[in-house]
Design a protein around this ligand. Structure first.
Ligand code: SF4
Length: 337
C-alpha cells in the first residue's frame, strides 16, 4: 500500500480530488501529517469517519520511528532507522548546542560516490530514501520540537536523490515552517543537478572541496573526474541572482596532504569572486585508510592564512565521535550489544 506520509501538499490534494472530495481535505491531510500533533489516519478528527475508513483501506501512514539510538558524551544523539520493506538502514544525528539544535539528515542508504574519507561510501550504492524516509528522521525523534536547524550532511549525496530531497525541502519550509536560512544541503557537486537544485530551492548550500588541486581532489573525491570543482565554482560564480544564498566551502585538512600554506593560497585564488566562507572540518579516523587528521595548530594556521587572503574561515567543532556520529563516520550500524 502507498504511504500518505511523504506526499507533497499538491499530491495530497490530488488524492482528495481523485476520491471526489474537496481539495481542502488535502490541506487537512497535509496538516495532520506534517504538523503537530501528527495524527494517525484513524485519529484525523476533522475528516469524516467514512473518509478515514476509505483512506485506511487504500493507504498506510508510513512515518517511521527510529530503531535504535546512541548518546554521545557531548549530548549528540545518533538515530538509526530501518525500512520495513527492504531493511535499508539510514541514520540521523541530533546535535544540541547553546544557541541552536541541529539535525543532520541522510538522503540515501549508502552512497555510490566512493569518497575515500567516508564510511558511508563503504556501504556501496544502496538506494535513495523516499520523501517520507527523509522526513521521518526529523519528525519521529523525541526532540523534534527543539530542532532549529537542519543540515543534509548525513548518509548519501542529496543531489543523487534530487527529486525527493527537493520535495522534502518543500514540506520542511512550506508546511513545517522552517526558514530556508536554517537548512543547508551539502554536496560534493554533481553537474547539472546542482543547477536544477539551485533553481528549485533557496536553502543554503555547502560544497565539499577538500583540495584546490584537481589531481589531489580526485584522490579524495573520485567524482572530481566527472564533475570538476573548477566547473562547479564557475557555475556558482555565474549565478548572480543567487547572491543572497549563503554558500559554505567544506574542507577537511588531512595531515601532510592538503593542509599546507600552498593549499591555502590556491584555495584563496580559486574562490575569488565568490561570497563564501570556508568551514574547516576536523576528521575522525576511520579504519582501512592511511589518511590522518591534521594537527589542530596546523588547522588554525591554515584558517589564519585563508583569512589573510580575504576568505572568512571557521573551524568546526567535532561532535559525537565516540558514537561514530561525526563527519564521515555514518555507516548504519546498530548499537553493539
Ligand atoms: S562524502 Fe558524501 S558523497 Fe562522498 S561517499 Fe560519503 S556520503 Fe557519498
Amino acid at each position: 500500500m502507498t504511504s500518505l506520509y511523504g506526499l507533497t501538499p499538491k499530491q495530497l490534494s490530488e488524492v482528495a480530488e481523485s476520491l471526489g472530495w474537496p481539495r481542502f481535505t488535502g490541506t487537512q491531510l497535509t496538516q495532520w501529517l506534517y504538523q503537530p500533533p501528527f495524527a494517525e489516519i484513524q485519529d484525523m478528527s476533522n475528516i469524516s469517519k467514512a473518509r478515514r475508513e476509505l483512506l485506511l483501506s487504500m493507504f498506510t501512514l508510513g512515518r517511521l520511528s527510529p530503531k535504535d539510538s546512541r548518546v554521545s558524551r557531548d549530548g549528540t544523539r545518533k538515530y538509526l532507522f530501518e525500512s520495513p520493506e527492504d531493511s535499508a538502514v539510514f541514520e540521523s544525528v541530533s546535535i544540541p548546542d547553546q544557541q541552536r539544535h541541529t539535525l543532520c539528515l541522510s538522503s540515501q542508504s549508502g552512497c555510490k560516490r566512493g569518497c575515500t574519507f567516508c564510511m558511508t561510501a563503504r556501504l556501496g550504492a544502496g538506494r535513495n530514501l523516499s520523501v517520507g524516509e527523509i522526513l521521518s528522521q526529523y519528525q519521529s525523534i523525541p526532540e523534534h520540537a527543539q530542532i532549529s536547524n537542519i543540515v543534509f550532511m548525513g548518509m548519501g549525496e542529496p543531489l543523487d536523490n534530487l527529486d525527493n530531497t527537493v520535495a522534502a525541502l518543500e514540506i520542511l519550509t512550506k508546511v513545517c515552517g522552517l526558514s530556508t536560512r536554517r537548512i543547508t544541503v551539502s554536496t560534493i557537486g554533481i553537474l547539472p543537478k546542482l543547477e536544477q537544485f539551485l533553481d528549485a530551492t533557496t536553502v543554503r548550500l555547502a560544497l565539499s572541496l577538500h583540495s584546490p588541486f584537481p589531481r589531489e581532489r580526485e584522490t579524495f573525491l573520485p567524482t572530481e573526474k566527472l564533475h570538476p570543482a573548477r566547473d562547479i565554482l564557475a557555475l556558482l560564480r555565474d549565478r548572480r541572482e543567487d547572491k543572497r544564498r549563503r554558500i559554505t566551502i567544506e574542507y577537511i585538512p588531512f595531515a601532510g596532504l592538503n593542509d599546507s600554506p600552498k593549499h591555502a593560497h590556491e584555495l584563496v585564488k580559486i574562490l575569488k569572486g565568490l561570497m563564501v566562507r570556508v568551514n574547516l572540518i576536523p576528521w575522525n579516523a576511520i579504519p582501512g585508510t592511511t589518511l590522518q587528521s591534521s594537527d589542530p595548530r596546523r588547522v588554525e594556521a591554515f584558517r589564519a592564512e585563508l583569512e589573510r587572503g580575504g576568505v572568512p574561515a571557521t573551524i568546526r567543532v567535532s561532535r559525537g565521535p565516540d558514537i561514530e556520529a561525526a563527519c564521515g563516520m555514518l555507516a548504519g550500524e546498530r548499537t553493539p550489544s
